[in-house]
Design a protein around this ligand. Structure first.
Ligand SMILES: [Zn+2]
Length: 255
């Protein structure tokens, strides 16, 4: 046979062989990815249903909620801001707004931190309108959808880091995100100062790492919530997050 034809046959066989190998590798990879994805989703669903069970076990219907006062209004993935909740806003600087009843506590806290030589601390995000919350939420959902997740799953995943509009403390005007809103904040002098002093201004770390299964939100070292000085001190003493503390007070009030 012609040498050229033999060579061509060899090349075709090699190409076919390579094609089969690559196809096999790709198939295995997709199968692995798929398994991983469904496992993650299943785990997340269990986690979510656990925490939702806990959160919805807190009964906030009726007058009980207002009995605890505006400082302790509980807003999370299952507790929307009450429709009749009233508040006024005041500027803490040229652009950011905070609940007018608590704004001076925040201002004093920032001022005193600076007096203690904590120069690298600033309020990044405070009050957000429902519209802005919606925009942030949808942006994150789109990000997940681009990664190939379904609409429903994208929303579920988004809810782990951004609350639905009306379900965020940022819509209340009682919380503040500091600096770059990232985990690096935990290593800062400002964080260290807040951990020691924030309670004196009525602020608590809202989403501690060890309470994530109760708050339903991953650890957020940058997010601080105003609850009033007395409550902040009591919550830290009892080592309770807001969900636990509200339930604890409601039970105490019933007795
Ligand atoms: Zn926040």
């Amino acid at each position: 046979m012609d040498r050229k034809i033999i060579n061509r046959q060899k090349i075709i066989i090699i190409i076919l062989f390579l094609f089969v190998v690559i196809l096999g590798v790709l198939l295995c990879y997709f199968k692995y990815q798929n398994n991983n994805l469904s496992e993650t989703v299943a785990n997340q669903n269990i986690e979510i249903s656990n925490m939702q069970e806990f959160i919805s076990s807190i009964d906030l219907s009726g007058d009980e909620e207002t009995d605890l006062g505006w400082e302790l209004v509980l807003v999370n993935s299952t507790n929307k801001i009450p429709d009749d909740y009233e508040f006024e806003l005041e500027y803490i600087d040229s652009t950011r707004l905070f609940d007018s009843r608590a704004v001076n506590y925040l201002k004093d806290m920032l001022k005193d931190a600076k007096k203690d030589k904590i120069t690298n601390i600033w309020a990044q995000s405070t009050y957000r309108t429902i519209e802005l919350q919606e925009a942030l939420f949808n942006e994150k959902v789109d990000e997940y959808k681009k990664q190939g997740y379904s609409e429903t799953l994208s929303k579920t995943l988004t809810e782990q880091s951004i609350n639905k509009p009306g379900y965020s403390e940022h819509n209340l005007g009682l919380c503040v995100d500091f600096n770059n809103v990232d985990n690096a904040f935990e290593k800062s002098k400002a964080y260290e100062w807040l951990m020691k002093n924030a309670e004196n201004y009525g602020f608590i770390l809202r989403y501690p790492e060890e309470k994530a299964d109760i708050t339903g939100v991953k650890y957020e070292p940058w997010h601080w919530r105003y609850v009033g000085v007395e409550h902040a001190k009591e919550m830290n003493r009892l080592n309770m997050c807001l969900e636990e503390y509200v339930e604890y007070l409601l039970e105490k009030n019933q007795k």
